[in-house]
Design a binder for this molecule. Structure first.
Ligand code: PXL
Length: 287
């Protein structure tokens, strides 16, 4: 088989495995598979659960495994249609992942960086200010970045406003994000009114802003950034336009939140995205 065929549908997904809690790889893998993509994984760390509101979780740092995995893949001639990075387990991984992108990026490889660092105005435990500085550099290598408002404020050294912000605040964040380098900056978790939540986007090349909202159940749900980013990437790689992809990803994420609300489960265990997969596949035109 030609090398091009071997690589044409491959996404390299660089995230942790939180064994329980529906985030990172346990979300990216099923969603990208549903989108018909082959997902090759680089696990950055293995945790018994994610780090939000759980105490006593285990954490195995896999920093030292990443370069040998990449070397082996290079010896096999592997490349990627897309590289998708999320939660990184150490500061040193930022540099290693920069090298990974440089090594595996071909002319048409789409690089999506989800700068996973915090939420609700606070950094996740294990992430510090120095890490934020390194993440700015990683964002400069991306075609698209998908921070939430907390991460966007940190990446742009802006004030964090949790509620009641104006459209100008969001536009200003997006413009500043684009100065880091990516063509597309997509903010998740944006809400201008109760009961509506969604995304705001900026395309640096056209100078266009766009907004996408859906009816929302208020409250905080873990892993929704990962669900959104994975669904977004799946749609983009299925040749949907960026706006169409954002709409599909917003509908998918909000649908998963609604199911979780209806089920009344502990929010730490993530959102019930599984039941939304058939509608997602249909929205991609695959059913
Ligand atoms: O969903 C973001 C995320 C990913 N990975 C780990 C996390 C979190 C958020 O808390 O702790 C390990």
């Amino acid at each position: 088989m030609a090398q091009n065929d071997l690589n044409k549908n491959r996404v390299i997904a660089v995230h942790d495995i939180s064994c329980v809690g529906r985030c990172s790889l346990t979300v990216a893998l099923p969603i990208l598979s549903a989108a018909g993509l082959e997902t090759s994984v680089i696990p950055t760390a293995v945790l018994s659960t994610h780090t939000g509101e759980f105490s006593g979780y285990t954490f195995r740092d896999l920093t030292d495994d990443i370069e040998p995995i990449c070397e082996h893949w290079k010896s096999l001639g592997l490349g990627a249609r897309s590289i998708y990075t999320g939660y990184l387990g150490s500061f040193r991984q930022l540099e290693i992942v920069e090298k990974l992108i440089a090594d595996f990026k071909g002319d048409d490889t789409f690089v999506l960086v989800d700068p996973v660092m915090g939420d609700a105005g606070r950094l996740y435990s294990r992430i510090d200010e120095i890490f934020v500085g390194g993440m700015k550099k990683l964002c400069s290598m991306a075609d698209m970045i998908v921070p939430n408002i907390t991460e966007a404020a940190m990446l742009t050294d802006s004030e964090y406003i949790g509620h009641g912000y104006s459209k100008d605040y969001i536009k200003d964040l997006l413009k500043k994000l684009s100065l880091l380098g990516p063509r597309y900056s997509i903010l998740s978790g944006v809400s201008f009114e109760d009961g509506k939540n969604g995304s705001a986007a900026y395309d640096r090349e056209t100078g266009e802003f766009s907004f996408f909202f859906s009816d929302h159940v208020d409250g905080f749900y873990y892993g929704t950034g990962d669900v959104f980013a994975s669904a977004l990437l799946g749609a983009i790689l299925n040749e949907k336009s960026v706006s169409e992809s954002i709409k599909i990803a917003v509908d998918f994420t909000i649908g998963a939140i609604r199911r979780t609300y209806a089920a009344g489960t502990d929010k730490r265990y993530g959102v019930h995205f599984e039941g939304e997969l058939p509608s997602y596949i249909k929205a991609l035109g695959k059913l």
